[in-house]
Ligand binder design. Structure first.
Ligand code: ATP
Ligand code: MG
Length: 900
C-alpha cells in the first residue's frame, strides 16, 4: 500500500476529479445556510441542496469537494469504534444532471486502483449494491470485472438512500478489507453480506444514484434530472493508507494524543496495541484520549465558524462536547483546564487546507479555556450535590441523575462510578427514559421541517437566458419579453392579471446577497406591467413578479424602468452594510463574522457573531468610524477575479457559508473594506450621505442583529418620527403633572420638560431625549409619591385634634375613634401623628371607604408589658376583626357585628 498523508489524500482526490472536469468547491461552513431542517452540515451533499433541488444553477454540472461535517448521533461511537468522529471530512464528487451510474462507478474504480492515483490492490476492495439495482450489479461485474465473491446484493436497509420527501435512490458502497487479523471469528465476507458490525471491511465510499423522487409518502417517481452524490470519509482513508488500527493514530489525531500524554502521569499513556488486543483498564484510557482529541478538533472548527458554547441547539452541542472532553481529562487524572492547550495541535494538522483556523486561533483558544474553566466550577458544585444526595437519600433517582447531567454537566458514567464507590444504587432506567424523552423532543422540533424540497421540474428546465444590465443603468429600452409564466406554467401573454415575466435584457436587480429585488414598471405596446419584486431564477435569470394592466405578450418589445428612488436607497443601505461590517471588525476585532444581512429601501440589518456583550461606547465608536469614512468620499471599485485572487490579492472577506461562482465579484472601498458581493453599490462613500445605528439586539449564544439607516432623508424622517413619539410621551406625563400642580410645584420637573422640548431634532439629541424621557419617568414616580403624601396630610388634618380619654388607676389613656373616612394607609399616618402628641396612650382608629372598614391599633412602648396591640385588635368588643400585627402595632379590616 502507498503511504499517504491526510493532506496528500485530500489533494489527490480533488486533483483526480478536477482532471475529470469537476469544479472544486471550497469547504462550506458547518452552519447550514437557510436550512432549518439541519442542525449541522452532516454530509458533503448537504451544502449543495439548492443545486440538487434545481433552485439554483451550479457553477458546473460536475462538482468535487472535501466538506467538514458534524454528526451528533455518532458522538457515542467516538473512541469506541475505529471509524467514527464527531466531525469528519467527507470527500465527494457530484453530478447534477450530467453523468450517471456507469461513469460514477468507472471513475471511482480508477481513482481507487490506478497506479497513478490511490493504487489500492484490487483484491482488497469489496462492493455492495441494492438488490433491485441490476444495472449497477451488471456494470460492476461485466464492465469493471469484479469477481462475484467480491460483489454483494444487499437490501434497502443498507443500500438505498432515502430521507423522506425529496430525491433518493439506490447506492453502491465500496469497502476495504483490512485482513483476517481483524476478523477473530474468521467470518470473512459473511460480515459484509449479513451487515455485521466489524473492523475488517471498512466502508470507505458511498455512491448514491439519485434517480427517484419520494413524494413524502414513499411513492416514488423517476426524477426529471438524475444526479450522482458520493461521500468518502477522509479519516478512514487516512487510516487505511497509514495502516493504523483506528482513525485516531493517523496524522490527524495522533499529534494531539501525544500532546495529551504530556499532561498525564507516567502510568496513564495511550496504547497503540489496545484496539486489537484489548484490556479493559487500558481501553478505558484509550477511549478517553480519543474522545478528547476528537472533541477538541470538532469544537475548534465550530468556533471558527462562529458557534460559541451556549444553552441551546448548536451552541449546546459545543458546550456538551467541551464538558465531555473535560470530564474524560479528569478521568485521565488531568487537573484544571487543559483543552485549550491542544488547539495548536489541531491547527498544525488541519491548517493547510483550512488556513482560517490560524486566523481564529485566539478566539478558539480563549473560548475553550473560558468554557472549560466555567464548567470545572459547576462540576465541583455537582460533586457537592451528588455527595449530599448520596448521604441523605442513599439512592440516586433517575431525576437526580438527569439533573446532574443536564445542569451540572455530569456524565452518567461519572455518577455511576461515584455511586458505586459508595455502594449506592442509581435508577439508570429512569435516567435513560428522561434522556430519550429529551432527545426525542429535540428531534421532533427539527423533523417538522422537511429535509429536501421536491425537485421542481419547472425550475430545473427554465433555461431561457436573461442578461442583467443594471450595474450602471436603471432604464433599458427595447428589451424583449422572452418568457411568461403563471403557477409554474408557461403562457404566451398576461392580460390584467398577476404573473412572472423574463426579459432578454433587464436593469432590474434580483434579490440576492441580502439585497432586495428591484421594483418599477415595464411598458409594452399594449399594456404596462407593474413590477413589485424581482427574484433570481435557477439560471441567474431575473424573474419579475408583475401585475399587468392591459396586455403583455411574448416577444413584445418593452421599456424597463427601475424605481429609481427605491434602488438608490437600497444601494446606500447595502454599501452602509459593508461599512458597518468593516467598522465592527475594526472596533471589536476579527472575531466578528457576518451571518446574514438584508438591505432594502427602508434600512439595513446585519446579523453577526461575537463572543461577548457589546458596550454602547463600542457601538458609538463603530458609528463614528463609518461617518468618518463617509466624509472622506472614498471611491468604490469593482473587480471580477478568481476566488483565490480575491482572497489573497484583495484580502476580500469571504465567509465560507455561501457558495461562490468560479469568477467572483469583489467590492472594494479604498483599502479598508473588501467583500465578495454581487450587489449594487454607491460610487463613493459620500453618496451614503449619513449613517445612524438604530438598534442592537442580542439573540443569545453570541449572535447579534444590528439595524441602521443611511441617507439624509431617511434619517431625517426617522428622527422626526422618534422625536414625535417621545415628545408625545412627555406631553402625557406633563398632563398628569398639571392635574396636581395646585398641590405641589416641582421646579426641577418644569425645567427638565422645558429643556427637552426645546431640543433641536438631531442625531445626538435623540440619545439625549431618550435618556431625558427615561429620567422624566423616574421623576414622575417621585413626584407622585410626594403628591400622595401631601394628599394624605390634607385628609388626616381634620382628625389631628382628637383627644384621648385620660388614664385612670385601672386603665391607661385611650384614644378610640372609629368614624373617619380614611383608608388604611391614611389611618396609619394619622396614628403616627397622634402618637407623637399623646405618648403613653392606646390608640384605636377606624375608617371606611365605601363598604370596606379599616382598623389600626397602636400601644405606646411604656404600656406594652401589660397591653398588646394585636390582642386589643382581635378582641375589640362589638367588632369582627381580621388582620395581623404585634404588641406595638396591629392593622386590618373589621365588620361591625350587627351587620353580620
Ligand atoms: P457508518 O455506518 O460507518 O456510520 P454511514 O453509512 O453512516 O457509515 P454515510 O452516511 O454513507 O456513512 O457517509 C459517507 C461516508 O462518510 C462513509 O462512507 C464514511 O467513510 C464517512 N463517515 C460517515 N460517518 C462518519 C463519522 N462519524 N466519522 C467519520 N467518517 C464518517
Ligand atoms: Mg453512520
Amino acid at each position: 500500500m502507498r503511504k499517504l498523508s491526510t493532506n496528500e489524500i485530500r489533494q489527490m482526490w480533488l486533483d483526480f476529479f478536477q482532471s475529470k472536469g469537476h469544479h472544486f468547491l471550497a469547504p462550506a461552513s458547518l452552519i447550514p445556510v437557510n436550512d432549518p431542517s439541519l442542525l449541522w452540515i452532516n454530509s458533503g451533499v448537504a451544502t449543495l441542496k439548492p443545486y440538487f433541488e434545481g433552485r439554483k444553477n451550479p457553477p458546473s454540472s460536475r462538482l468535487t469537494n472535501s466538506q467538514k461535517a458534524i454528526r451528533t448521533n455518532d458522538i457515542e461511537n467516538v473512541g469506541v469504534t475505529s471509524r467514527h468522529q464527531t466531525m469528519f471530512e467527507m470527500l465527494g464528487n457530484f453530478s447534477i444532471g450530467d453523468y450517471f451510474k456507469a461513469e460514477a462507478i468507472t471513475m471511482a474504480w480508477e481513482l481507487l486502483t490506478s497506479p497513478e492515483w490511490f493504487d489500492i490492490p484490487k483484491e482488497k476492495l469489496y462492493i455492495t449494491v441494492f438488490n433491485e439495482d441490476q444495472d449497477a450489479y451488471d456494470f460492476w461485474k461485466n464492465q469493471i470485472g469484479i469477481p462475484e465473491d467480491h460483489l454483494f446484493s444487499l437490501t434497502r436497509d443498507t443500500n438505498f438512500w432515502d430521507v423522506g420527501q425529496g430525491p433518493c435512490g439506490p447506492n453502491t458502497e465500496i469497502f476495504f478489507d483490512r485482513g483476517q487479523q481483524w476478523d477473530p471469528l474468521n467470518l470473512g465476507t459473511k460480515l459484509l453480506s449479513d451487515d455485521i458490525e466489524n473492523d475488517r471491511y471498512i466502508e470507505i465510499w458511498n455512491v448514491v444514484f439519485s434517480q427517484f423522487n419520494n413524494d413524502g409518502t414513499n411513492c416514488y417517481t423517476e426524477l426529471p434530472r438524475k444526479n450522482i452524490d458520493t461521500g468518502a470519509g477522509l479519516e478512514r482513508l487516512a487510516s487505511i493508507f497509514q495502516e493504523t488500527p483506528t482513525n485516531f493514530e493517523t496524522d490527524i489525531f495522533f499529534p494531539t494524543i501525544k500532546k495529551i500524554e504530556t499532561f498525564t502521569k507516567d502510568n496513564v499513556k495511550y496504547s497503540l496495541d489496545d484496539y486489537q488486543n484489548p484490556n479493559p483498564a487500558q481501553t478505558k484510557v484509550n477511549v478517553a484520549f480519543k474522545v478528547i482529541a476528537d472533541h477538541v478538533r470538532a469544537v475548534s472548527f465550530a468556533i471558527a465558524d462562529g458557534v460559541f458554547p451556549g444553552n441551546k441547539d448548536r451552541n449546546y452541542v459545543i458546550r456538551r462536547l467541551i464538558r465531555r472532553a473535560s470530564t474524560y481529562g479528569f478521568e485521565l487524572g488531568i487537573n484544571g483546564a487543559f483543552l485549550y492547550k491542544l488547539v495548536p495541535e489541531v491547527i498544525k494538522s488541519m491548517g493547510q487546507f483550512y488556513p482560517y483556523l490560524q486566523e481564529k486561533a485566539k478566539v478558539i483558544t480563549e473560548t475553550i479555556k473560558d468554557e472549560e474553566e466555567k464548567f470545572l466550577k459547576t462540576l465541583s458544585k455537582g460533586y457537592t450535590l451528588l455527595n449530599k444526595i448520596i448521604a441523605e437519600e442513599k439512592t440516586v433517582s433517575g431525576k437526580n441523575a438527569w439533573l446532574l447531567f443536564e445542569s451540572f454537566g455530569f456524565p452518567i458514567e461519572l455518577t455511576l462510578e461515584i455511586a458505586q464507590k459508595n455502594q449506592i444504587p442509581v435508577a439508570i432506567d429512569d435516567f435513560k427514559k428522561l434522556a430519550n424523552e429529551a432527545r426525542e423532543q429535540a428531534r421532533q422540533a427539527r423533523q417538522d421541517q422537511k429535509a429536501w424540497d421536491k425537485q421542481s421540474e419547472f425550475y430545473t428546465k427554465l433555461k431561457v437566458p436573461s442578461e442583467f444590465t443594471g450595474w450602471n443603468e436603471i432604464v433599458h429600452e427595447g428589451s424583449k419579453v422572452v418568457y411568461l409564466f403563471v403557477n409554474e406554467k408557461e403562457v404566451t401573454s398576461l392580460e390584467n392579471t398577476t404573473g412572472f415575466l423574463i426579459l432578454d435584457k433587464t436593469p432590474f436587480y434580483a434579490e440576492k446577497g441580502g439585497q432586495a429585488g428591484d421594483a418599477g414598471i415595464i411598458r409594452g405596446p399594449h399594456g404596462t406591467a407593474y413590477v413589485f419584486d424581482t427574484q433570481q431564477g435557477p439560471n441567474h435569470q431575473h424573474i419579475h413578479q408583475v401585475n399587468v394592466q392591459g396586455k403583455i405578450s411574448l416577444n413584445d418589445l418593452v421599456d424597463a424602468l427601475v424605481d429609481e428612488e427605491k434602488r438608490l436607497l437600497t444601494m446606500k443601505n447595502h454599501s452602509g452594510t459593508h461599512m458597518i461590517h468593516w467598522a465592527l471588525r475594526e472596533v471589536l476585532g476579527t472575531t466578528v463574522m457576518q451571518a446574514g444581512s438584508y438591505n432594502d429601501e427602508k434600512g439595513l440589518r446585519m446579523d453577526f457573531t461575537f463572543n461577548r456583550p457589546i458596550k454602547p461606547e463600542e457601538l458609538a465608536k463603530a458609528q463614528a468610524l463609518v461617518l468618518e469614512k463617509i466624509q472622506k468620499e472614498v471611491p468604490r471599485k469593482v473587480y471580477f477575479c478568481s476566488m483565490e485572487e480575491a482572497v489573497n490579492k484583495h484580502q476580500a472577506l469571504a465567509f465560507f457559508t455561501e457558495k461562490y461562482d468560479e469568477i467572483v465579484r469583489v467590492i472594494k472601498f479604498g483599502d479598508f473594506s473588501c467583500e465578495l458581493c454581487g450587489g449594487t453599490h454607491v460610487r463613493n462613500t459620500k453618496e451614503i450621505e449619513d449613517f445612524l445605528i438604530t438598534n442592537l439586539e442580542s439573540k443569545g449564544n453570541g449572535l447579534f442583529r444590528i439595524k441602521a439607516l443611511t441617507s439624509f432623508q431617511t434619517i431625517e424622517n426617522y428622527l422626526q418620527h422618534q422625536f414625535g413619539t417621545l415628545l408625545e410621551e412627555i406631553d402625557q406625563l406633563q398632563d398628569r403633572y398639571q392635574e396636581t400642580k395646585a398641590l405641589l410645584v416641582d421646579k426641577q420637573w418644569e425645567i427638565q420638560v422645558q429643556n427637552l422640548k426645546a431640543l433641536p431634532i438631531t442625531k445626538d439629541n435623540l440619545t439625549k431625549l431618550k435618556k431625558g424621557v427615561a429620567n422624566l419617568y423616574e421623576m414622575a414616580k417621585d413626584y407622585r409619591k410626594k403628591v400622595q403624601a401631601k394628599q394624605t396630610q390634607l385628609r388626616i388634618k381634620p382628625y389631628l385634634n382628637l383627644e384621648p380619654v385620660s388614664a385612670t388607676q385601672d386603665a391607661p389613656a385611650r384614644l378610640q375613634f372609629m368614624d373617619t373616612n380614611l383608608n388604611l394607609n391614611e389611618l396609619k399616618e394619622l396614628a403616627d401623628s397622634l402618637k407623637q402628641k399623646h405618648p403613653q396612650t392606646i390608640i384605636i382608629l377606624g375608617g371606611h371607604k365605601e363598604d370596606n372598614h379599616f382598623l389600626v391599633v397602636t400601644v405606646a412602648p411604656e404600656l406594652q408589658t401589660k397591653y398588646s396591640a394585636i390582642e386589643i385588635f382581635k378582641n375589640l368588643p362589638g367588632f369582627n376583626t381580621q388582620g395581623g400585627g404585634n404588641v406595638s402595632f396591629a392593622q386590618g379590616r373589621y365588620k361591625p357585628i350587627n351587620e353580620n
